[in-house]
Design a protein around this ligand. Sequence first.
Ligand code: FFO
Ligand code: ATP
Length: 197
Amino acid sequence: MARDADAQKRHVRAAVRAARADRDAATRDRAAAALSAQLIALVSEAGARRITCYLPTAGEPDPSEFLAWALDHDVEVLLPISLADRNLAWARHSTRIPEAGRHGIREPVGPRLPSTAAATADLMLIPACAVDASGTRLGWGLGYYDRCLAALDPVPPVYAVVFDEEILPRLPRDPHDVPVTGAVTPGGIRRFPIETR
Ligand SMILES: Nc1nc2c(c(=O)[nH]1)N(C=O)[C@@H](CNc1ccc(C(=O)N[C@@H](CCC(=O)O)C(=O)O)cc1)CN2
Ligand SMILES: Nc1ncnc2c1ncn2[C@@H]1O[C@H](COP(=O)(O)OP(=O)(O)OP(=O)(O)O)[C@@H](O)[C@H]1O
């Protein structure tokens, strides 16, 4: 990969990490409530019965209220577990208390499903650092989701969950990057045109 693309990724990751750390509690709470409303709207509109989502770290867009709604509405949610080989496994969201996993991120307890179980989801809601207007997603650099998406056939519609200002005009795209269908932010739902570039 070109050196300038690497530098740009590092720059965006650092800027997003800093902005996420800077939000105060009240701003985070407002964003969390707005985000969950968008996620509920998207899943309801799509009629999705089985989805993937994630348990957030402190600064990430927080889908917790949406996860509680999903439990109440019989929407099955697969949550990620980070494996040592940088593949994901999944376990179902439940009322059981999550436990800290490999990166200190909370992970669901219960029976594990393989990475490819995500192919049976109607919709995937995945964490990201940033996304661009053509659907290129930037993660945190360990390739968990790139590896997972590459192994899915079919790939369900995939939405990156980010803050509004994390939708950028253009990010570097690598050959292994699987473009996302859209993005969900506290401010709305965006679908990206499918195009090659
Ligand atoms: N809530 C949540 N769960 C998730 C993800 C996520 O982004 N958010 N993941 C999405 O992939 C996977 C975990 N991915 C991770 C990616 C990077 C680091 C991390 O600590 N990165 C360090 C650099 C580490 C290194 O380069 O070795 C850092 O950002 O400082 C942790 C987990 C699965 N679960
Ligand atoms: N399909 C794949 N198979 C094997 N390795 C992969 C695959 N996709 C990405 N990788 C590797 O994962 C590493 C991280 O890639 P990249 O920087 O694009 O990740 P990212 O988009 O930030 O991560 P994530 O998917 O975890 O959000 C790179 O070393 C890349 O080569």
